[in-house]
Write a protein that binds this ligand. Structure first.
Ligand SMILES: Nc1ncnc2c1ncn2[C@@H]1O[C@H](COP(=O)(O)OP(=O)(O)OP(=O)(O)O)[C@@H](O)[C@H]1O
Length: 278
C-alpha cells in the first residue's frame, strides 16, 4: 500500500508517520534555536506542541512546513525528506501561521484570503471547483455568511478562522497551526474547538502550537514540550489536577516539565491551574 493509500490510523504506533523529525538542529544566524529534536506525528493524532516563550515552538513548525531550513538532522513529510523539495507532497498539508503575520492591513475579502490557499508553487490556478472549495472551507469554520466581508472588519477570532479556512481549502490530511488561540475571544475559541473536533473526527492529523490547551484539551492525544530548543517531554497530556475536573478547568500552562537531577523529565509538572479561560 502506498503512503497515499494510508487510512487514518488514530494513534496506531505501527502507522507510518505523517511527520517524522529526527535529530533536528536549526540555527538562525549564530543562534542555535533547536537542538537534537526528535519526534513523530502519526495519522489521526492531535499533538499539542507546548513550551515557554522562546523555547522554539514557532521555529520548529516553520521548519517542518519548509519555511526555515534545517541545519542538521532530518524532517520527513508523508515519508519524503524535505531536502527533496520537488517531491514533497505539500498539497497534503495545511499551515496556519501566527495571526499577526497574516491579515493586518490587507484589503482583501474573506473569500479572497481563503482562495489564496489554492495557490501552488507555479502560481494561482483557479480550479473549476474553486468556488465550492472556498464555500465549503468557510462553512467548516462557521463563516460562510462573511465571504464578501473585508477581513479587516472581522474580530480577531474570526480572522483566525479565516486563516484556518485558507488552510482547509485544499482538504489537507495534516494541519499545522501556530498558536491559533492567541488573542482570540472565548466565544471564538469555543467555535474553533468545535471545528477542530470535527476535523479530528474526519481523520485529519493535527500539530498545534499552544500556550494553553484551553478548550482544545479534550482533543489532544499527545503533548510534546520544548525547553530551550530541546524536547523535554513527549507523551500523553497530563491528567487534570484533582478538583479541576470540570469544564472550566482547562487552563493548562505550557511550562516545561521539571527536569530531575537524573535528567528524567516529569510530565506531571505541567501545571493545570484553576480559573478556566481568561
Ligand atoms: N529570525 C530570528 N532571528 C533571530 N532569532 C530568532 C529569530 N526567530 C526566532 N528567534 C529566536 O529563537 C528563539 C525561539 O523563538 P520561537 O519564536 O521559535 O519560540 P516560541 O517558543 O515560538 O516563542 P513564543 O511562544 O514567544 O512564540 C527565541 O529566542 C527567538 O528570539
Amino acid at each position: 500500500m502506498s503512503q497515499q493509500d494510508c487510512p487514518p490510523a488514530g494513534d496506531d504506533p505501527a502507522a507510518a508517520p505523517v511527520l517524522d523529525v529526527s535529530q533536528l538542529d536549526v540555527a538562525i544566524g549564530a543562534s542555535r534555536i533547536l537542538r537534537d529534536v526528535t519526534f513523530a506525528v502519526r495519522p489521526g493524532e492531535f499533538v499539542a506542541l507546548l513550551g515557554a516563550n522562546g523555547s522554539g515552538k514557532s521555529t520548529l513548525v516553520r521548519t517542518v512546513v519548509g519555511v526555515l531550513p534545517a541545519t542538521a538532522g532530518r524532517v520527513r513529510l508523508f515519508g519524503v525528506d524535505l531536502t527533496e523539495r520537488r517531491h514533497v507532497p505539500w498539497h497534503r498539508a495545511g499551515y496556519v501561521p501566527q495571526r499577526s503575520t497574516a491579515s493586518a492591513g490587507v484589503p482583501a475579502t474573506v473569500a479572497e484570503v481563503v482562495a489564496s490557499g489554492l495557490l501552488t508553487g507555479v502560481g494561482f490556478r483557479r480550479t473549476p471547483d474553486g468556488a465550492d472549495r472556498v464555500r465549503h472551507a468557510l462553512e467548516q469554520v462557521g463563516l460562510a455568511d462573511r465571504a464578501r466581508s473585508a477581513v479587516a472588519t472581522l474580530s480577531g477570532g474570526q480572522q483566525q478562522r479565516v486563516l484556518i479556512a485558507r488552510a482547509l481549502v485544499r482538504d489537507p490530511e495534516l494541519l499545522v497551526l501556530d498558536e491559533p488561540l492567541a488573542g482570540v475571544d472565548s466565544a471564538s475559541q469555543t467555535a474553533f474547538a468545535t471545528t477542530m473536533a470535527r476535523l479530528r473526527d474526519r481523520g485529519v492529523t493535527v500539530l498545534v502550537v499552544l500556550h494553553e490547551t484551553g478548550p482544545l484539551a479534550p482533543l489532544i492525544s499527545r503533548t510534546v514540550v520544548l525547553r530551550h530548543g530541546r524536547v523535554v517531554h513527549d507523551g500523553p497530556p497530563p491528567p487534570a489536577a484533582p478538583g479541576n475536573d470540570d469544564a472550566e478547568h482547562h487552563h493548562q500552562h505550557a511550562h516545561a516539565p521539571d527536569e530531575g537531577a537524573d535528567g528524567q523529565h516529569r510530565a506531571h509538572a505541567l501545571r493545570v491551574e484553576p480559573g478556566g479561560l481568561p
